[in-house]
Design a protein around this ligand. Sequence first.
Ligand code: ADP
Ligand code: MG
Length: 584
Amino acid sequence: MPIRLLSPEVSSQIAAGEVIERPASVVKELMENALDAGGKSISITIEEVGRRLIEVADDGSGIASDELTLSVSRHATSKLSKADDLFHIATLGFRGEALASIGSVSRLTITSKVVDSKAGARIRVEGGSEGRVEAIGASVGTVVRVEDLFYNVPARLKFLKADVTERRAIDNLVTRYALAYPNTRIKLTEGKTPTLQTSGDGDRRAILAALYGVEIAKQLLEITAQEDGLELSGYVSPTALTRSNRKDITIFVNGRWVQDTPLTSAFIQAYHTMLMVGRYPLGAVFIDITPEDVDVNVHPAKAEVRFKNQERVFGFVQRAVRRGLLAYAPVPPVAAALWGARSESTGQAGVDWTIAHDGNLNVEGSKTQADNETSNFPPSSSVEPSLLNRVPLLRLIGQIGTAYLVAEGPDGLYLIDQHAAHERVLFEKLMAQHDMHKIPSQSLLTPAVVTLSPASTNLLVSQLPVLSHFGFDVEEFGPNTFQVRAMPGLFAGSDPSAALRALVEDFEEDEAPLQNEVEKKIAARVCKRMAVKAGQTLSPEEQRALLTDLENCDSPRTCPHGRPTMIHLSVEMLERQFGRRGAR
Ligand code: ADP
Ligand code: MG
């Protein structure tokens, strides 16, 4: 076939394909336009899952009648004039492509009126060809009607997913934008029923309930954070509330919904060691960043952004979420009178035994926020985390089955898994030393020689510099052979070759995590291997030391791999079980 220029119809359909993929893409572009127009209220009407009709009406600035034709032309925008503007964009749109694209794959009607014009005006575009602009009565704002989407691109229609899927995409999109713009009144009507209606009074909790359901919305923790040129607010799940995938994590950057972003990983990493393997948190986070520091022009549907300093934004998100989590971790209050002098160190004087008893077996670390009966909605996140997340002071009773410690707290009985607890203790000590760049290293009298598989050898070699941060002195000693000459003082007396093997086990499965994560993983792995095992008898002194160390941990309720370290049998539960209470 000879080379030839494509007809305008074909090339505009190709261009449209990048932006307009499904009904939800139309909804997105039109909502973004309405939001850019600064209206107070946006109403979206959908018929037949958007194939028949998508109408978006706003009370924003409107389009002047002499600009209507231009508004539906490709590369026509009021939001950008020179290339340099691309680097400080404050609007959602900027390419001037959406209306042209939508017009080329549907029957499009735009009716609009600006404040200082007497009448409104209307333009129709059908499959890319524009009609004339006619005057018509209208109120200030814009109504965009998109009918018979993809009527002239049947192939696209065939690619649409099942109705439920397409509808979910629309619902998800509108709800998320509603959450991001709580000061705009947003109404979504599908068929005859309004599916979503927000008040525009700025209250995000109510909108969260629409997105996640009332029960979950109630449990979400509110977080805020601020740093030079960076601001964040949002809602995140407590550790007890998890999902099997990351789809319920919503991230907005400068009012823009970004998907599949590494920021999602930053969010998830904030829960590191707090969730069971394979479980994910949920939540919505809104980040505001100086427009110069973010490039929004990297994705056809504007669903991704790039940062000038990506590591900084990641760290910021991760810290903000983590801090919020620690601040809210449920804590049973301590009865000062009964639990003696040390309760002063928790800063909670004379609190009574007023603990949320639900009569259930409480697996610590999987308590829900609702169990923490202090209030329906969590307190502000300004509370000092370290004070809130402690386990209560425990009185040691003894060891059972050479695997568990039994202890009494102000609120009942605690069964502690000695291995998981020790893992947590070692991990926090090691990470604390690591963060302060002083891990005491202890030389071995006789260096240990360890032989590994070739794959493990490669891994270990790549991690050698990290290991030295942790106080390991490991050298290659021959083909696939290493010599351990020193190890962290924390593990003094433990088997050095077991420590080294722990480092390379399963490492293959890891996706390239941030450096920070590699180090945490390494630490968690070694601590697991070095921790006391079930079946090991502990002296009373060792048992007591373990309890005290656990009380001093920041996240005492789970091991670094997310399993619970303790099970709590509340006083009330014991009473119930013995028929002393609630037998009616
Ligand atoms: P972009 O949003 O990238 O500028 P669009 O094709 O979406 O491109 O819109 C083209 C132009 O039409 C916008 O720049 C804006 O001036 C105008 N416009 C579109 N929708 C609206 C609206 N709802 N209210 C006011 N102006 C609008
Ligand atoms: Mg636009």
